[in-house]
Design a protein around this ligand. Structure first.
Ligand code: P6P
Length: 332
């Protein structure tokens, strides 16, 4: 049992002192998010016991079946942000358009971009799922949020994080001063600091990619995946394949153990830049890792659409650099 008594609330408050310009709005917004995460965790844990498993028959903007827990998580985060009054607008994987605030609601100076329940296709088979969030400052004049406030490059994020609902529930976040992990102690309902200042190993021992798509990989990715499986003790090869099919779970393993995760351009990009690629890239870079689309740093990409997809190659710096050599034709 952890003997940590550093709750995430205390940690967030301490992080605020690192941001001289902080007004407390940002801290309060993170606290509101934490409450929503605790309630989602409770429902995920109960999902096997009460009738919220299975699809509600609708599909989201990407044509994916919407699971009941998706809608629950979506609504919970939305209403938690409305109650707090610290955002001017939001964007979610579950909503086609930018989410404005109702007229009567108090507006704040932050923008929340989120995937309320990542990996929802794994809900019914009890495989880890997650929530991903990205926070920006409002950049347009006036009180109401605008699309331009959502379409900011990843370098402008003021915070990013994820929750993984797995064997334990963990919240991992950064405000630009390192990456910190908290484990939910359900007996007291608190996220307690369990992984302070996470640093990603320079190189790992696993590669993570959907090998089922290998017939459609671009030649450079196919060449890299073939190379990583060759026996070469000096470079720690062959790497082991680990692929959960939930981005949060695959990234969390890569963050802690090192290695490389790839969702490449071929057969086609699937991961969304705003609320998957960019927040994960901020977290991984803050932990010493790298995140690219193969030729460009993820955080430098200027978004043009709320749900635009990007190839995502992310993980230990040495592993990602080698992949980039293959993609750029510089491999030995
Ligand atoms: P594939 C889950 O549906 C998701 O959006 C990510 O969480 C995950 O990394 C990816 O899709 C898995 O996609 O095509 O390998 O099943």
């Amino acid at each position: 049992m952890s003997n940590s008594t550093v709750t995430i609330q205390r940690h967030i408050a301490a992080q605020q002192t690192l941001h001289p310009e902080a007004t407390g709005q940002f801290t309060a917004m993170l606290w509101d998010l934490v409450l929503a995460f605790k309630m989602i965790a409770r429902e995920v844990r109960r999902a096997g016991l009460i009738d919220i498993l299975g699809s509600i028959g609708r599909t989201n903007v990407h044509g994916e079946k919407v699971q009941k827990l998706d809608e629950y998580a979506q609504d919970l985060i939305y209403h938690s942000m409305l109650a707090g009054g610290h955002v001017c607008c939001m964007a979610s994987e579950e909503r086609a358009e930018m989410i404005p605030l109702p007229r009567e609601r108090r507006r704040g100076k932050h923008v929340l971009l989120y995937d309320p329940l990542d990996g929802s296709s794994n809900i019914d088979v009890n495989i880890s799922i997650g929530t991903i969030f990205s926070i920006h400052k409002k950049v347009t004049p006036g009180a109401d949020g605008a699309l331009e406030d959502c379409l900011q490059p990843g370098t402008k994020q003021i915070a990013a994080g994820y929750v993984i609902y797995g064997s334990s529930v963990m919240l991992v976040y950064t405000t630009g001063f390192g990456v910190h992990g908290f484990t939910l102690d359900p007996t007291i309902g608190e996220f307690l600091l369990s992984h302070e200042n996470i640093r990603m190993p320079a190189r790992g021992k696993t590669y993570s990619i959907n090998e089922g798509n290998s017939a459609s990989f671009d030649p450079a990715t196919a060449k890299y995946v073939h190379w990583i499986k060759q026996k070469d003790p000096e470079t720690g090869r062959p790497y082991s394949l680990r692929y959960v099919g939930t981005l949060v779970a695959d990234i969390h393993r890569t963050l802690i153990n090192g290695g490389i995760f790839m969702y490449p351009a071929a057969p086609k990009p699937k991961l969304r830049l705003l609320y998957e690629g960019a927040p994960m890239a901020m977290i991984v870079e803050q932990a010493g890792g790298r995140a690219t689309n193969g030729t460009q740093r993820i955080l430098d990409i200027q978004p043009t659409d709320l749900h635009q997809k990007v190839p995502l190659i992310i993980g230990s710096p040495e592993d990602v650099e080698i992949y980039e050599e293959f993609i750029q034709g510089r491999d030995s």
